[in-house]
Design a binder for this molecule. Structure first.
Ligand code: TXA
Ligand code: MG
Length: 350
């Protein structure tokens, strides 16, 4: 069976998705974090198609999603004690563990790195698909560098109905998993923040008296250690400008966030904004007729759940999304939301 594209209507059942996946055709699938674009790890054709559909560079590795804990032993060459503890504590859930891979993981998945990112998702439909097709490699289903989808409708709109989508409802977490790299010498590196925090991870290891040390990633090695750690990511269709004045700023200080001032700031900076960063093109409208303010719920869990929908659902008439950073706390539970906002922004007043 081959997927027949339907204009703006591309939902498929779980049974149909299994048929497509087994026939090497990537399918957009729900997880509790964001929707992914999946292919079985043994399907070279399906994996290549993922990169092509997303316009994703081959240097950016894919996460492998598993359904059975024991799969970690065939997919890795070394499974550290820390990884076992964290997996048992946080799986199924939004935590990806990067460890040394085995030969069962192709270079296409790991982008030539010696490691693989593993995650056991919580979403029951995704679990069913993995149990029927084997481990599935899946990046977020957005086009490279753009906002991740958290509803089936986001994918239907982004791909104009050309991609089969399993509708699993809105994602409950709403932002991508926390990614942690674990090395044999008890060295742990946070590669991407997420709703499972660094503090929670430390607590679990401390409770089990496991020695460990968090490693810092210097800017220089940023993309070397994790090729997906780019400056611009998650970018919405309409450019986002954030007002986040710091104490020691060179910018003139304004005490109050104002749409007009931020619009003026954008227009002054516009000429200096590059056309593209790390292969992701930036949208830079010349005339700003209408602005739209991004308003987030006041709890971090709800804000994460709604962030990408709010960024995608900007009114079509708006030319700029403005965000008042003064209203978003700088506490650790908001850190993953700040991370996504700053990377999604075309311009930050800081
Ligand atoms: O929540 C999630 O993690 C979602 C859902 C679908 O599971 N997936 C996701 O995939 O966000 P993606 O490809 O959009 O982001 C995965 C990130 C990329 O930045 C990639 O560079 C990094 O994980 N990554 C994957 N394997 C890695 C590895 N072996 N070493 C370092 N970074 C890795
Ligand atoms: Mg992604």
């Amino acid at each position: 069976m081959k997927f027949q594209p339907h204009h703006k209507e591309s939902l498929v059942s779980l049974d149909e998705a299994v048929v497509f996946l087994k026939a090497n055709q990537p399918v957009a699938i729900p997880t509790e974090t964001v929707y992914g674009l999946a292919a079985p790890i043994s399907s070279e054709e399906g994996l290549k198609a993922i990169f092509e559909i997303k316009a994703r560079p081959f240097f950016d590795p894919l996460i492998v999603h598993i359904d059975q804990y024991d799969d970690v032993f065939s997919l890795t060459s070394f499974w550290p004690q820390e990884a076992g503890l964290l997996a048992r504590h946080f799986w199924p859930g939004p935590l990806t563990l990067v460890v040394e891979k085995s030969s069962a993981v192709s270079n296409l998945i790991s982008s030539g790195l010696s490691t693989v990112g593993l995650r056991m998702p919580l979403h029951p439909m995704m679990r069913t698909l993995i149990s029927r097709c084997g481990p599935l490699a899946a990046p977020s289903a957005n086009k490279f560098g753009k906002t991740s989808p958290t509803q089936a409708q986001h994918i239907i709109e982004e791909y104009q109905g050309l991609l089969p989508v399993v509708d699993g409802g809105p994602c409950s977490v709403g932002i991508e998993s926390t990614i942690v790299k674990i090395e044999s010498s008890h060295r742990i590196t946070l590669l991407r923040s997420g709703m499972i925090s660094q503090e929670e991870i430390s607590q679990v290891l401390l409770e089990h008296q496991i020695p460990f040390q968090w490693q810092n990633i210097s800017e220089k090695y940023n993309t070397e250690i994790s090729p997906g750690r780019m400056k611009h990511h998650y970018m919405p269709r309409v450019p986002l400008v954030i007002y986040d004045p710091q104490r020691e700023t060179k910018q003139p200080r304004i005490s109050e966030f104002s749409h007009d001032l931020l619009k003026e700031f954008y227009l002054q900076c516009r000429a200096q904004i590059p056309d593209s960063v790390e292969g992701v093109s930036l949208v830079k409208p010349e005339n700003i007729k209408e602005v739209h303010e991004l308003l987030l719920p006041s709890s971090p869990a709800l804000a994460a759940r709604q962030l990408y929908s709010l960024l995608r659902e900007t009114p079509p008439s708006a030319d700029l999304i403005l965000c008042n950073g003064l209203q978003i706390p700088k506490t650790s539970s908001w850190e993953p939301i700040w991370d996504r906002l700053k990377k999604a922004a075309t311009l930050v007043w800081s």
